[in-house]
Write a protein that binds this ligand. Sequence first.
Ligand code: ADP
Length: 182
Amino acid sequence: MKQRLLFLGPPGAGKGTQADRLCKKNNLLHLSTGDLLRSEVQAGTDLGQKAQTIMSKGGLVSDELVLSIVKNKLIGLDSGWLLDGFPRNVFQAQALEDLLVQVDQPIQLVVFLKIDDGLLIQRLLARGRDDDNEEVIRHRLEVYKNMTAPLVDHYRGKGLLKAISGSGTIDEISNRIQEILE
Ligand code: ADP
């Protein structure tokens, strides 16, 4: 089974939920930059303070900051992993690639969770996290379209991408993902 994975898709596509399940089932480390940043915010670290304002507005935290977090987690790791919420732009993707070449652990599969905007907004509003009000959601979707969506072609071009539908029940989606990992 594939051991080094990346989840790509808009906010609200269900990446976090699916990543949690998949990682528990298959013993992979779940690395969510959103979760890692939120823990920094909660712990009140310097890094968290820098990130907080940007996150509450739905913008992207600086590449440098996010990269340092991911690097610390990936270096020296001997289990498989799943990256969720990172990379979020082409620069981060390139930096990730450089890092993975250094540690000799290339990505084996990029799972793209596809879903339409109407459903996304519904799901995010229902979730009700701090950055889930309508205005901020619209901005996050805009940022996704401009900055992150180009990664779909980037990874497709490398032959790493598999797209699956993110609509349906949690179980249905988990099964779809499990099938493409074999
Ligand atoms: P969602 O699942 O709704 O996309 P996340 O939990 O992944 O949200 O991220 C929440 C916020 O954290 C983002 O809106 C952004 O401000 C920040 N963030 C998370 N990952 C990154 C990243 N790789 N680069 C820059 N900012 C990030």
